[in-house]
Write a protein that binds this ligand. Sequence first.
Ligand code: ADE
Ligand code: ZN
Length: 342
Amino acid sequence: METDPKIISSLPKIELHLHLDCSLSLEVVKQLRPHITEKEYNQSFIAPDKCTDLATFLRCASSGIELMQTEEELRAVVKDLFVQLKRDNVIYAEIRFAPLQHLGKGLSSEEAVEIVAESANDSINSTGIKAGIILCTLRHYNEGQSFQTIKLVERYIKNTIVVGFDIAANEAGYPIEAHKKAFEYAIKKDIPRTAHAGEAKGAESVWDTLRYFKPQRIGHGVRSIEDEELIDFLVNNEIHLEICPTCNIQTDIYKEYSDHPIDFLYNSGVSVGVNTDARSLVNVTLTEEYIKLANVFGWETEHFYKCSINSLSHAFITNDAKEELKQVLLSRYSTYFVKKIA
Ligand code: ADE
Ligand code: ZN
């Protein structure tokens, strides 16, 4: 198999699960806070390789969020992320963030969305990377905050690159009740939906999420393996899992990379995709994630192609846009297994 990092790096990639506020490179942090040292950056912006749990991991996100409170800061962070994506050969990304976390220095929630969407557009034009923005509500938000977020999606999905709605943050600490109204609204308005679940809690949490939020995709969803019936449901209903393996090791859902169920899920016929979740907090690129999958599970280019196609099929974009991106994938991957995909 081509575990040559250069080849894996050169593969065109699709990333559907990526948090803007957890993906600040050392370069952009230095740009915004020139006096920060590399050591301070490593301590404040990268979570430890092993956290006690998801809540501990998420606490490390606060440094990034604190640095993203003005127009200048938001613009710099978006631009920086596209530079990282270009290096990783990402051709399509769905970038998520929670607008209500960026109001600390006087921005309105509308301004936060407009700034991120406009900056992303600038970077789309300069890099050629295609992208969409997903707006997140957070588990610890109340019903009003969640509803405010879905109303932002409704407003901006019409004529910006906002493409969908998500719920993130600590699944274990906060049940779904406060968010039912927002998701009911999203369902009624046919707004594309994904939801973090089956990460800090087990299969029952995924079932609840599927029942009440009716998402097309689940963020993580790895603990679905704890219920065979749930796996069947995911397969039969083509629910896509946005899998972020290194992040799951870091939050201690699984002890070692080799314990991760991604290979089992792939072989069970579940639509899985590979993602970083958070490029600085997790300290991983998609290329590095692919290399780990190749080394630990013997994944080959066919696996990466299949995962990319799975992600693309579930992306919140038009069929025409999907077809265009598929041709980009095909043109590169066909070098490796031309007969099988012909
Ligand atoms: N926000 C950033 N990373 C997250 C994760 N892994 N789970 C929930 N919320 C998050
Ligand atoms: Zn996430």
